[in-house]
Design a binder for this molecule. Structure first.
Ligand code: NCD
Length: 348
């Protein structure tokens, strides 16, 4: 797709004012807690009850070279909600990458028009290459099967709230992770960021051809948490406080994978939940859910399950992304003093 070489050099510095957000390794427990609390304080803005204009005059460059609904629209809404403006391009067809322009040149050019960039690209490591050439902070909105840091931040934010509502916390939780564990970048970022918590017990299940790569077992164990590979969904979910489901990343399967992956039925449905899950289990999914026949995904027949948190997750994405921009652009400490009532009627 391009002649760009993989990024070299030291890992990115801790996430803070003026910094890129490329992976969850840039956060520690303290900075993560601060970001989640900031996101919580922006909840009335997400609901349209208050306005906050800390980014008035700032411009976001939004570059999405892979399909997206919630990630792109919530990043762009977040920037608008804080008073900024957005310029965007989607797909390869309508940018000069279709004329052979490199990641380097594209990043340098668009960063000259913007105060921050948000980038999604199909190649693992590619967003770090955008960051090398950008003159403004770059936020990784997903690089191939690599990382999706803003998703795992909103996942942790959601988990924290859902577990707190049940008198529990992420420390000590049992978390089932199901589906495409090989190519799912949300899984990879989630396992990494939960390494900041203690005594988390992971139970993972996916089709054999989409099993979790061995380095993630090592990563989890190196953080002091435990992880077991289960032979069935039932075995994975039985003791789980949180059940995190994922879509099969069909667009990333090689021809060889296609031969090996045989998908039938649902990954998780109401009958399986009723058979095996505890009644308090929280169900999460980064979405989209693949609603096509035999997609091996989360069935819509779970939608009445009391712990279904998937749309609270998507709402929370807006709050987390407002918090990310506030930190990256150095206005986090102005958010609270800038909040004021919205003059319009809100019906939420
Ligand atoms: C995920 C992604 O793009 O990695 N979607 C999202 O951003 N919420 C998951 C997926 O596409 O399956």
């Amino acid at each position: 797709m391009s002649t760009d070489t993989p990024p070299t050099g030291p890992p990115p510095p801790p996430f803070g004012p003026g910094q890129h957000l490329l992976g969850v390794g840039q956060l520690d427990r303290g900075s993560l807690g601060g970001l989640l609390d900031l996101a919580e304080s922006l909840r009335p803005v997400g609901r349209g009850e208050q306005v906050c204009r800390v980014l008035t005059g700032a411009n976001l460059g939004s570059l999405f070279f892979e399909p997206s609904t919630r990630t792109r629209l919530s990043f762009e809404s977040a920037f608008h909600r804080l008073g900024g403006s957005v310029v965007s391009t989607t797909g390869f067809t309508f940018s000069s990458m279709a004329k052979g322009e490199s990641i380097h040149d594209t990043a340098r050019v668009v960063s000259g028009y913007s105060d921050a960039l948000v980038v999604r690209h199909p190649d693992t490591g590619s967003v770090a290459r955008f960051a090398e050439a950008s003159v403004v902070p770059v936020i990784n909105a997903g690089d191939g099967s690599g990382e999706h840091p803003s998703q795992s931040l909103l996942d942790v934010f959601t988990m924290r709230a859902e577990l707190a509502a049940r008198g529990k916390s992420i420390d000590g939780a049992t978390i089932a992770v199901l589906g495409d564990l090989r190519y799912g970048r949300t899984v990879h970022s989630l396992l990494a960021i939960l390494g900041l918590f203690d005594e988390v017990d992971f139970r993972v299940f996916g089709p054999p051809a989409l099993a979790l790569p061995v380095e993630f077992f090592d990563l989890v164990r190196a953080s002091g948490n435990s992880i077991v590979e289960c032979d069935s969904v039932q075995e994975a979910i039985a003791p789980a406080d949180v059940i995190y489901c994922t879509r099969v990343q069909k667009e990333r399967l090689s021809e060889e994978d296609e031969q090996e992956v045989h998908l039938e039925g649902d990954l998780l449905n109401r009958a399986i939940l009723d058979e095996a899950a505890g009644p308090e289990s929280v169900i999460m999914h980064p979405l989209p859910r693949d609603s096509r026949h035999d997609s091996f995904d989360l069935s819509p027949d779970v939608d009445e399950w009391p712990g279904l948190a998937i749309f609270r997750q998507t709402d929370n994405g807006l709050l987390i992304r407002m918090a990310i921009f506030s930190v990256a652009l150095g206005v986090a400490d102005r958010v609270l003093e800038d909040l004021r009532p919205a003059p319009w009627l809100t019906t939420r």
